[in-house]
Write a protein that binds this ligand. Structure first.
Ligand code: ACO
Length: 329
């Protein structure tokens, strides 16, 4: 993409469920402790979707909040991209359901499935659609209800995940603000280390799939951890190299919020000190595709990311997929 800037983020918003599960709650459900969870992950609590609300509801709320922030209306949107691995139904896409819920009658809409990297895949796609003049106002949303696919009898995974949605509005760039570059990468050889085997067409629902909890997240935590540290470091370093910047040029690192130890390792790799790293994993757990847009919105509203400042966004997830973006706000 050279050094041209095509699109900029003009608004952000979130949709967060009000129910909260604390580490203490898990002590009553599985053999774990608040101390273990905090020490090994940094997580203290996570939000869980209310009965009767779905991924599309959280996404529509985030999308409408982002549009309000951008002083735009749903009718102004001409493309909705939803990144999710916990869509409402097999089809139609969650993006189409979100379009209907928002009243974004002039938009095209589609989903991206890249797990925790999904929002950055969506941001890259939205940027490309604006660069090629196929869209002017793009709503990129990352939203998940991981609680619906979490096995609350598996202590190795259940403490990690939470629900939520975050959104960003992209418009054609003005001045030197905008997306300076994006980097996407995948390695399908590692798919089996983090997956939901029983929610597609390979295994149709049966007593067997239910008895084996195949509709829930399965993860080899230790292996995923190792790969995540390497891939997040690679993504952070690559986008800096491509744009000719260093960690010193980054005002705020916003990494995918999965585990505090992975976040620390990523920051060290590109020599960004803790005071320039955004962390909210303690309050949300891992919300997959929603994690970066939720963090970005909190950073902006909390004054940690101001106009003119540069953020480095980095993610890693099932696939494996990993991605990064440099954005000047
Ligand atoms: N409470 C208490 N003990 C636990 C728990 C728990 N909740 N979970 C696991 N343990 C135990 C294990 O059983 C094991 O016991 P053993 O030694 O008797 O066998 C011990 O703790 C150590 O287990 P490890 O898996 O080695 O623990 P680790 O320090 O690696 O932490 C964790 C586990 C937190 C899951 C970590 O591996 C991790 O964060 N992995 C990466 C997850 C991730 O980042 N995913 C990102 C992508 S997510 C996406 O795409 C949706």
């Amino acid at each position: 993409m050279g050094n041209s800037i095509y699109s900029m983020i003009v608004g952000t918003g979130v949709g967060i469920p009000s129910r909260i599960l604390t580490n203490k709650d898990f002590e009553k459900m599985v053999d774990t402790s608040d101390a273990w969870i905090k020490e090994r992950t940094g997580i203290e609590e996570r939000h869980i979707v209310e009965e009767g609300r779905y991924t599309s509801d959280l996404c529509a709320e985030a999308g409408l909040n982002a549009l309000t922030d951008a002083r735009l209306k749903p009718e102004d949107v001409d493309l909705i991209i939803v990144a999710t691995v916990t869509g409402d139904v097999g089809f139609p896409s969650t993006a189409c359901i979100v379009q209907e819920k928002m009243g974004a009658i002039n938009a095209a809409a589609f989903d991206i499935a890249a797990a925790c990297s999904g929002f950055l895949y969506g941001l890259s796609m939205g940027n490309a659609m604006i660069a090629t003049e196929q869209a002017k106002t793009v709503l990129v949303i990352g939203g998940e209800t991981l609680s619906r696919v979490t096995d609350y009898s598996d202590r190795g995974t259940c403490v990690l995940f939470g629900d939520g949605a975050g959104a960003a509005v992209l418009r054609p760039a003005e001045g030197n603000r905008g997306i300076l570059g994006t980097y996407l990468k995948s390695d399908g050889r590692f798919g089996h280390l983090l997956h939901i085997p029983g929610l597609g067409t390979r295994y149709l629902p049966s007593h067997d799939t239910l008895d084996n909890h195949m509709h829930f997240i399965k993860m080899e935590g230790r292996e995923v951890f190792k790969q995540a540290v390497m891939a997040m470091g690679d993504a952070a370093e690559t986008i800096l190299n491509r744009t000719g910047l260093t960690g010193d040029d980054v005002d705020l690192l916003i990494p995918h919020q999965a585990n505090l130890r992975i976040i620390d390792a990523t920051a060290k790799r590109v020599k960004i000190p803790p005071e320039r790293v955004f962390v909210n994993v303690e309050r949300y757990g891992n919300t997959s595709a929603a994690s970066i847009p939720i963090a970005m919105d909190e950073a902006r509203r909390g004054g940690k990311l101001q106009d003119g400042q540069t953020a480095l966004l980095v993610a890693f997830g099932s696939g494996f997929t990993w991605a990064s973006a440099l954005v000047r706000f």
